[in-house]
Design a protein around this ligand. Structure first.
Ligand SMILES: [Zn+2]
Length: 392
C-alpha cells in the first residue's frame, strides 16, 4: 500500500522555491542555482545552439525511471517553476516525498531550450520549434532529449508545457488552468495499451486536482502530430503525459497555475507508485474530461459603435503579447486588438460593456487588427487595453 494522498493538506502546505518568484526564468540564474544546490545530481548532456549548457538532474534511488523535461518551448516556464517546487517538496520529511524518492529515479531536463527561454520565444534560436523536430533532428536540443531515451528504458515520461490564455474548458466560461493529453500514436487515434496507461494516470490527476480546482481542467486535442515528441515517445512504448499550464483568473504571472501544476505532478507520481499493471485501470475516465476549446480573449469591449451613422455595435477583442525587455526581471504585456465584430460566442477574461460608446483613435479611423490597444471610447481612455479609471 502506498501513502495516502491528501490533496487539500498538500495544497495548504506546499512551499514554493522562492528564489524563483517571477514567471520569467533566466537561464543563467537557473544554472547557477542548480550547480549550487544539486551539483551531485547533475549530468551535462550537451549544449544549445548558443552554447548554453543543458543538464539532466537525477533525483531518487528507485527502480521506476521517469523522464521529465521542461521548456522545450522557451516562453513556457510553469513546468520549470513547478519542478523546482517539486524538488523542494521532495526534500521534506513527509511520507509521500520519501516514498517517491525511494521508488523512482526522476531524470529531469530543466529548460531544454535555454536560448529561446532567454529571449522569451517558443522556438529555439534558429527559429525551429523543437517539438516539431523529432524526425528531422535539426536542433541540438531535440538530439539531447532523444539521446536520453536511447540510453535508458523509461517507465513514464512527463512533457511539460504552457498554453496561451485563449483556452477554455469546453463551452463553459471557465479558463483551462490545466490541460492534459495522452498523445495519439497514429492518425486514427487508436487507444493502445501504452496510451491506456498514460490516460489512466491523467484520469487520476483529474479526479484529485478537480477537488481543489473545480471546472478548470481540460483535455487537450489528441490530433496526431507525427513530428512531435510526445506522440513519438508514446509510439516507442513510453507512456507519456503532456501537461499544459494555462490561465487562472487574474493570474497573468501564473503563480496560482504553478501551484496547481506542482500538485498535479505530485498526484501523477503518487498514482504511478501503484503497480504498473494497474495504471490503465481507470483509463476510460480520461474520456470524460471536458475538452480544451479555443474560447477566450484577454479583454473584450462589448457594444462599441464604429460610426455615427451605424446604430449596430461590435465587440472588440484584445490579446496580450508577452515580452522580456532588457534589464527587466519579469515579462511585460503589450495589448493589441485581435478581433473586431460579433464575438457573442466567445469569452473575455475581462469583459467591459461600452454601452454604445464610439471608437476613436489618433491614427486610425476604425479599429485595426494588430494595432496596439490605445484608443478612446467616447470619454473613456483605453491604455494598453485597460480603461483608465481616473478619467470621468
Ligand atoms: Zn509548448
Amino acid at each position: 500500500m502506498s501513502t495516502e494522498l491528501k490533496i487539500v493538506d498538500l495544497e495548504q502546505n506546499l512551499d514554493v522555491e522562492e528564489i524563483f518568484n517571477n514567471r520569467y526564468v533566466n537561464p543563467k540564474k537557473l544554472n547557477d542555482f542548480l550547480v549550487k544546490n544539486y551539483k551531485e545530481n547533475l549530468t551535462l548532456l550537451g549544449y544549445s545552439v548558443c552554447k548554453k549548457p543543458i543538464f539532466k538532474l537525477s533525483i531518487g534511488v528507485g527502480k521506476k525511471n521517469i523522464l521529465l523535461w521542461t521548456q522545450m518551448h522557451g516562453n513556457e516556464t510553469t513546468g520549470t517553476l513547478s519542478v523546482l517546487d517539486l524538488l523542494k517538496f521532495l526534500k521534506n520529511e513527509n511520507k509521500l516525498a520519501k516514498e517517491i524518492f525511494e521508488k523512482f529515479t526522476l531524470d529531469i531536463v530543466l529548460m531544454l531550450n535555454p536560448d529561446g527561454s532567454e529571449i522569451w520565444t517558443r522556438r529555439n534560436i534558429m527559429n525551429i520549434d523543437v517539438n516539431r523536430d523529432f524526425l528531422a533532428e535539426a536542433s541540438p536540443e531535440i538530439r539531447i532529449l532523444k539521446n536520453l531515451v536511447k540510453e535508458k528504458i523509461y517507465d513514464l515520461a512527463f512533457n511539460l508545457h504552457d498554453q496561451r490564455t485563449i483556452y477554455g474548458v469546453g463551452t463553459t466560461n471557465h479558463s483551462a488552468t490545466l490541460s492534459f493529453l495522452s498523445p495519439s500514436v497514429s492518425e486514427d487515434r487508436e487507444i493502445t495499451e501504452i496510451r491506456k496507461q498514460s490516460m489512466g494516470i491523467i484520469a487520476s490527476i483529474y479526479k484529485e486536482i478537480t477537488k481543489i480546482l473545480p471546472n478548470k481542467i481540460a483535455r487537450y486535442s489528441d490530433e496526431f502530430y507525427p513530428r512531435s515528441v510526445g506522440d513519438n515517445f508514446q509510439k516507442l512504448g513510453i507512456p507519456t503525459l503532456l501537461f499544459e499550464g494555462g490561465h487562472y483568473p487574474n493570474d497573468y504571472y501564473r503563480q496560482k497555475t504553478r501551484k496547481y501544476f506542482t500538485l498535479a505532478l505530485i498526484t501523477a507520481l503518487h498514482s504511478a507508485l501503484k503497480d504498473k499493471s494497474t495504471w490503465k485501470d481507470n483509463y476510460k475516465d480520461y474520456l470524460e474530461i471536458p475538452e480544451n476549446s479555443v474560447s477566450f480573449y484577454d479583454i473584450i469591449y462589448r457594444n462599441v459603435a464604429l460610426s455615427e451613422d451605424v446604430k449596430n455595435t461590435v465587440d472588440i477583442a484584445i490579446q496580450y503579447s508577452e515580452f522580456i525587455f532588457p534589464e527587466e526581471e519579469d515579462i511585460s504585456f503589450v495589448a493589441k486588438i485581435e478581433e473586431i465584430g460579433d464575438l457573442s460566442f466567445l469569452y473575455g477574461h475581462k469583459e467591459i460593456n461600452a454601452e454604445g460608446r464610439r471608437f476613436y483613435s489618433e491614427n486610425n479611423k476604425y479599429p485595426k487588427i494588430n494595432m496596439e490597444a490605445d484608443f478612446q471610447l467616447d470619454e473613456w481612455v483605453i491604455v494598453n487595453g485597460n480603461k483608465l479609471e481616473s478619467i470621468v
